[in-house]
Design a protein around this ligand. Structure first.
Ligand SMILES: C[S@@+](CC[C@H](N)C(=O)[O-])C[C@H]1O[C@@H](n2cnc3c(N)ncnc32)[C@H](O)[C@@H]1O
Length: 202
């Protein structure tokens, strides 16, 4: 992975980061997605900040109809090149300002998706996109690994911050920190913080 850490969250910064390497992330699905979603019935899924597309491909392999969204056109083009199945819609959008493309998703998955700590509105739009009886999965790097890469985890929404916004219509299924199994991000990220919640009513 690139050592360059973007100073802001713009599309240009992310494009530059993706252009800096043939591949930024592993081609393997994220382990927390496998752990939390393997037993879910396939439906529609929103992969938020889909990067190079490994999670979207894994979901499509299991029968999900996936909307994969990323702010980086470079990432979206790269992901689309590796998988042109109709089961995956690859979309470039900035989810901090653009509408969420669709609603009533059976799964909304955020894997290491950076949301600035002040941006409650983006979190709320993503929560609103989960269907009744749908699942929300939020996975972040554990704070120590984030600090090791020169970032302050307090600058970003953490799974616990999202959990605090859920309210009555949600049941938390998983709320834990676990070994990632395979380190991510140049070895700094060895643990995942995982929130998995079920929307029980609107
Ligand atoms: C740390 S990467 C994770 C990529 C992928 N989920 C994975 O686990 O390999 C975060 C991704 O979120 C995307 N991203 C950042 N801000 C975004 C925004 N406002 N809207 C959409 N995507 C965004 C970035 O381009 C990047 O691909």
């Amino acid at each position: 992975m690139s050592e360059h850490v973007p100073d802001d969250h713009s599309a240009a910064e992310w494009d530059e980061r993706y252009r800096s390497a043939d591949r930024l992330w592993t081609a393997d699905v994220n382990p927390a997605l496998v752990a939390e979603a393997s037993d879910l019935p396939a439906g529609t899924a929103l992969d938020v900040g889909s990067g190079e597309g490994a999670d979207a491909r894994w979901l499509a392999d299991r029968g999900w109809q996936v909307t994969a969204v990323d702010i980086s056109q470079v990432a979206i083009d790269r992901a689309r090149e590796t998988d042109t199945r109709e089961a995956i819609t690859w979309l470039r959008a900035d989810l901090s300002v653009d509408d969420v493309p669709g609603r009533d998703f059976g799964l909304v998955s955020l894997q290491y998706f950076p949301i600035p700590r002040s941006d409650d509105a983006t979190v709320q739009r993503l929560l609103d996109a989960v269907a009744d009886d749908g699942h929300l999965l939020v996975v972040s790097h554990e704070a120590e690994g984030v600090r090791a890469q020169g970032r302050n985890p307090d600058d970003y929404f953490q799974p616990a911050d999202v959990a605090a916004l859920l309210g009555d219509g949600w049941t938390v299924i998983t709320d834990d920190t676990r070994e990632r199994g395979v380190a991510a991000g140049g070895g700094a990220h060895t643990h995942d913080v995982v929130l998995h919640a079920l929307r029980t009513r609107s």
